[in-house]
Design a binder for this molecule. Structure first.
Ligand SMILES: Cc1cc2nc3c(=O)[nH]c(=O)nc-3n(C[C@H](O)[C@H](O)[C@H](O)COP(=O)(O)O)c2cc1C
Ligand code: SF4
Length: 432
């Protein structure tokens, strides 16, 4: 069974079962956007005794789904402790900005199961002793109004301990970065803070701040009810649970699926033996290209993907057909990423525009000698030098493209391009 979900920017299709047959956890088909059905299905949020949720999350092994995969229990414990140490009540922020253009899973989740996310936000706030809670979404999606409506129903039902403030952030790649979000919620521009104490120490209004991705909070709400063993009943012992993925296949609409960690990429991408795919982008625009010959034998796990410089991240998967140019595809994304930088530090101000311009040359047959070497050298100069991870994530994409599309770069050096279809695969916001 499938159900279509439209937002102003993306249309996605959500499968009612995972591609590997395990039952869906986050987005069952039956109306969990409706409060009565949600409560009938899961009950009210079970506020545990202090410390209990942190232990439960440690046992479950839940990690963040905003990209970095940080263990959730450690962040909760840190923020709770920072609150006690500084005498400041912490702030909790649900990050639904989904600023990665190739991802649609957070928007889909917020439309399909808003109450799971709102439960998770309330439970996380109680666990760290917060007295302020925010949920941030991208401007222009209509999500803020829908969520406000959902929160009003919860208030009438007396479910929540804290009133949630809903905020729209500008549609920029950096808006979802945690310090940019904290800046925006403190009344300043949504740009990464530089120089920065971490937001977990000093974030919104200078209070210790817990920023969790909305999918992470939905998992947390389920673990609080059904326990660590239930969460671990899919995935592997080292990488337990399930995650939402946005899958891009040429000629189809992007699809959001829920998959157990360790699901085969081949199955997630719905590919058969001999399908004409040359490479798979794993993890989004700060992720990595993996040649299809390798990718289609891998699983959705850190253990399988790390040797290729990739990680499941925020769950973006895109299969590049054999008749497209991976260099041209990467150059488009790099031009976008270079423009997104806040221009506060050298790597972004000087490095990324240069790399993007050189990659645009590389994407044209007959590029000048030395371009490949220049890109590799400049990538080495910017990595690790930014105040946030934007340059590092961009360099990851660059380096993986130089490896995965080395054959195409040889062809371009010889003056021809092997691609026969110029249709772009990867989505970018209008105007890019
Ligand atoms: C450039 C950049 C953009 C980011 N955008 C998002 C985003 O849109 N949504 C998100 O949840 N996390 C985003 N992150 C990660 C956040 O900084 C933060 O790590 C995350 O929200 C923490 O939640 P989690 O631990 O539940 O994953 C971004 C990070 C970077 C470096
Ligand atoms: S590294 Fe780039 S994006 Fe990050 S704070 Fe510095 S200028 Fe901004």
């Amino acid at each position: 069974m499938t159900a279509s979900t439209s937002t102003s920017t993306t249309t996605t299709t959500t499968t009612s079962t995972t591609t590997t047959g395990a039952p869906p956890r986050l987005m069952p088909l039956y109306g969990s956007d409706n409060l009565a059905s949600h409560v009938a299905m899961h009950g009210a949020p079970p506020y545990p005794a202090a410390g209990h949720l942190v232990r439960l999350l440690a046992d479950a092994g839940l990690r963040g789904h905003g990209g970095a995969g940080f263990p959730v229990h450690r962040k909760l414990a840190y923020v709770a402790e920072a609150g006690r140490r500084t005498g400041r009540k912490p702030v909790v922020v649900a990050n639904g900005a989904e600023s990665e253009p190739a991802s649609a899973k957070d928007r889909t989740l917020l439309l399909r199961a808003p109450h799971l996310v709102l439960d998770g936000l309330q439970l996380a706030a109680a666990a760290v002793g917060a007295d302020e809670a925010h949920l941030a979404v991208e401007a222009g999606t209509g999500l803020a109004a829908a969520l406000q409506n959902a929160a009003a129903k919860r208030a009438r039902a007396g479910l929540d301990r804290l009133t949630v403030e809903f905020t729209e952030v500008p549609r920029r790649f950096l808006s979802g970065e945690s310090s940019a979000l904290a800046e925006h919620l403190s009344g300043r521009a949504a740009l990464p803070r530089y120089p920065q104490p971490p937001v977990r120490e000093r974030g919104v209004g200078r209070a210790p701040t817990l920023v969790q991705n909305v999918e992470t909070l939905a998992h947390l709400a389920l673990i609080a009810r059904y326990g660590a063993a239930w969460f671990r009943s899919v995935g592997t012992a080292d990488e337990p649970g399930s995650m939402l993925c946005t899958v891009h296949i040429a000629g189809r609409r992007p699809e959001v699926v829920e998959a157990p960690l360790s699901a085969p990429l081949r199955r997630l991408l719905m590919l058969g033996q001999g399908d004409p795919v040359q490479a798979v982008l794993v993890g989004g625009y700060h992720g990595a290209w993996i040649p299809a010959a390798h990718a289609l034998g891998l699983r959705l796990s850190d253990a399988d993907l790390a040797p290729y410089g990739a990680a499941p991240g925020a769950g973006v998967l895109a299969a590049l057909p054999a008749d497209r140019c991976g260099l041209a595809e990467t150059a488009r994304v790099l031009r976008y990423l270079a423009l997104q930088s806040a221009g506060q530090c050298g790597p972004c101000l000087n490095g990324l525009p240069r790399i993007a311009a050189a990659f645009t040359e590389l994407a044209r047959p007959g590029y000048p000698a030395g371009v490949r070497e220049d890109i590799a050298r400049w990538a080495g100069l910017v990595v690790g030098r930014g105040a946030c991870h934007h340059p590092d994530g961009t360099v990851r994409l660059v380096r993986s493209a130089l490896t995965a599309f080395a054959g195409e770069a040889d062809a371009h050096a010889a003056g021809f391009c092997r691609a026969t279809d110029q249709t772009p695969l990867l989505p970018l916001p209008e105007g890019n």
